[in-house]
Design a protein around this ligand. Structure first.
Ligand code: DON
Length: 303
């Protein structure tokens, strides 16, 4: 496969869409990004990486971090996490409170904010430092030791974090947190504030394309656990737009409000696209379009 030619064709087709949609405004520090930026990278299962556009520019990974915290919690604790969080699409926005009360403090899935807070809480118990566990894994898999949280983004999110704090306190009232709310929030904000490029994230997602094998050849997840993470990405990774994402792209994918999307072609490659303007669901407009073009041109959807 001539990845360079393919990515150039994808970029040429969707670049005009990078001016559509709105940059996320509820985390003030995120507004300071290059609003019309666009980059895309592909890392194949052998770790060879190609990219075009702003593919080496760091951006805030935000909810894409939830993929890695889930993988680490599964690796360390097996299926136990599913007693505290479900794996059904929510059909609600990623920061919604309403469903939690109907469902007794058990979040629908690990990718809405409430579910990710539960996963971070578990990882904190298992490792003693959930933020450092996620960061260490991302540095190792991307091969980039300079990957780090952006402290301004973490502080900004904490200063405007009333909704996440509400979700965490609500779950605590149902006994679904093991650690104090401020500790869980701090580690969650720190993992969301990690800055990485499309190149870094495509490489870091490689273990999901290699059916659980890390870039050093060691195994982090079983084949079956990897299938499960990919399945939850497909059904829940783009929130209440997951149905449309599966329809258009047909790959496991995880978006973030920083404008990134990580997508996996099992057995073949991991892709990351970034463009910060979002649709009303919080997914990158040009990013979804680029993945749509990619799977249409290659025929590499999972369907
Ligand atoms: O907790 C939040 O609201 C953000 N740190 C992450 C949200 C997010 O990325 C949702 N993704 N589309």
């Amino acid at each position: 496969m001539d990845y360079d030619a393919l990515l150039h064709e994808v970029a040429a087709q969707v670049r005009p869409l990078a001016g559509q949609g709105q940059v996320s405004r509820y985390i003030p520090a995120l507004v300071a990004v290059e609003e019309d930026g666009f980059g895309i990278a592909v890392a194949d299962v052998d770790g060879e990486v190609h990219g075009v556009g702003d593919w080496e520019a760091p951006f805030s990974i935000q909810s894409i971090s939830k993929t890695f915290s889930l993988a680490l919690a599964l690796a360390l604790d097996g299926e136990g996490i599913w007693r505290r969080v479900g794996r059904e699409p929510s059909g609600d926005p990623f920061n919604s409170l309403v469903q939690l009360e109907y469902e007794n403090g058990i979040p629908r899935n690990p990718f809405i904010n409430a579910g990710a807070l539960v996963v971070t809480d578990r990882l904190q118990t298992l490792t003693g430092d959930a933020g450092a566990a996620v960061l260490g894994f991302l540095r190792a898999e991307s091969g980039n030791p300079s990957v780090a949280p952006d402290q301004d983004v973490a502080d900004s999110e904490a200063a405007h974090g009333d909704r996440n704090a509400a979700l965490a306190h609500f779950m605590a009232s149902y006994g679904n947190l093991e650690n104090p709310v401020p500790v869980v929030l701090e580690h969650y904000f720190r993992q969301c504030a990690i800055a990485m490029s499309c190149r870094d994230l495509a490489l870091a997602g490689g273990f999901l394309a290699r059916r659980g094998v890390r870039n050093d050849g060691s195994r982090i997840l079983t084949v079956s656990e990897t299938k499960r993470v990919n399945a939850v990405m497909l059904t829940c990774g783009t929130y209440d737009a997951a149905g449309d994402f599966a329809y258009r792209v047909g790959l496991p994918g995880k978006s973030g409000v920083g404008g990134g999307i990580l997508a996996i072609v099992p057995g073949r490659c991991a892709l990351c696209v970034w463009s910060p303007r979002l649709d009303s669901y919080g997914n990158s407009v040009a990013g979804v379009a680029a993945l749509d073009r990619f799977t249409t041109l290659t025929g590499w959807s999972v369907f």
